[in-house]
Design a protein around this ligand. Structure first.
Ligand SMILES: NC(=O)c1ccc[n+]([C@@H]2O[C@H](COP(=O)([O-])OP(=O)(O)OC[C@H]3O[C@@H](n4cnc5c(N)ncnc54)[C@H](O)[C@@H]3O)[C@@H](O)[C@H]2O)c1
Length: 271
């Protein structure tokens, strides 16, 4: 999709981080926006930060609730007259070893990170079919190809998002719809602050200290991530790595599939 001007973009997780940065940059490119999130306050702030000329609607949607996602898709089309791009960006993470996590912890991540993306994809697909060109952007992660210890549910859900994307790319080949599978490395956002900590990786650190440490390690800003994602949409990229660390992880994972994983596991879980 070379030009985004006047395109209608539906975006989840628009209250914070990558979603908020995407909203602002898409608005600057002349898109109409349908922004969704569970955080009403954050959503209002994002909408208020957009250029005054932006045609924007905001929707309180819990992406893990199938009915709410389908209702949102219908509302977007009623309000904007159609939709060209869906960006399934909302996500959450947890910390804890699989042995210690209960099924509720697992389902919480899976319902938002995987089913939220699946619902968003299927709810919007019929409407994207009606446009000359449609685009589905599903945010996976480097965890979608490299499983970090203590991130079990997130690793599994992001691998599932990658598999969904790869399946869609094959099944929609030759149609009017493009898919972009996005795999960011560490991006400075609220993802760690908003995570469910069942068991901290480093028990000496409070959640806020762990989030501050993540902010230091994460090499890419949300603004940079958003501009790379928008570039990926415009180039119809099927697989998009975001950040230098994502490229390094990609190479090391391909070259030493188990050896690199063992090394990271030993370092992260030492003691
Ligand atoms: N930050 C990173 O390092 C990183 C790396 C790889 C992938 N990602 C992915 O990028 C995406 C955006 O995350 P972020 O880093 O901007 O984090 P963030 O916590 O700053 O933003 C996530 C947004 O999702 C919203 N959200 C959470 N649960 C929701 C639900 N049930 N329904 C609707 N909205 C919900 C939150 O309110 C928030 O606005 C996520 O899918 C995340 O997994 C992030």
């Amino acid at each position: 999709m070379k030009s985004l001007t006047n395109k209608v973009v539906a975006l989840t997780g628009a209250s914070s981080g990558i979603g908020r940065a995407l909203a602002l940059q898409l608005a600057e490119r002349g898109c109409q926006l349908a922004l969704a999130d569970v955080n009403a306050e954050g959503l209002k702030e994002t909408a208020a930060s957009l250029p005054a000329s932006t045609r924007v609607t905001t929707h309180i949607v819990d992406v893990s609730n199938k009915d709410q996602v389908y209702q949102w898709a219908e509302d977007v089309v009623n309000a904007h007259g159609g939709v060209d791009v869906i960006i399934n960006n909302a996500g959450v993470a947890s910390q804890g070893l699989i042995e210690d996590l209960n099924y509720d912890d697992f389902n919480w991540v899976f319902d938002i990170v995987f089913y939220g993306v699946l619902y968003g994809t299927k709810a919007f697909l019929p409407y994207l079919r009606q446009r000359p060109e449609g685009h589905i952007v599903n945010i996976s992660s480097v965890n979608g190809f490299f499983p970090f210890p203590s991130n079990g549910p997130y690793n599994c859900a992001k691998h599932a998002v990658k598999a969904l994307n790869q399946t869609l790319i094959q099944e929609l080949r030759g149609s009017n719809i493009h898919i972009t599978s996005v795999h960011p490395g560490g991006i400075k956002t609220n993802i760690v602050r908003n995570s469910r900590v069942v068991q901290p990786l480093d028990p000496k650190l409070s959640k806020e200290q762990a989030a501050a440490r993540f902010d230091k390690i994460a090499g890419t800003t949300a603004e940079k991530a958003a501009s790379i994602i928008i570039g990926g949409i415009q180039k119809n990229k099927q697989r998009l790595l975001v950040g230098k660390d994502a490229y390094v992880l990609d190479i090391l994972t391909r070259t030493f599939p188990q050896g690199f994983s063992n090394l990271v596991g030993r370092v992260m879980l030492r003691g």
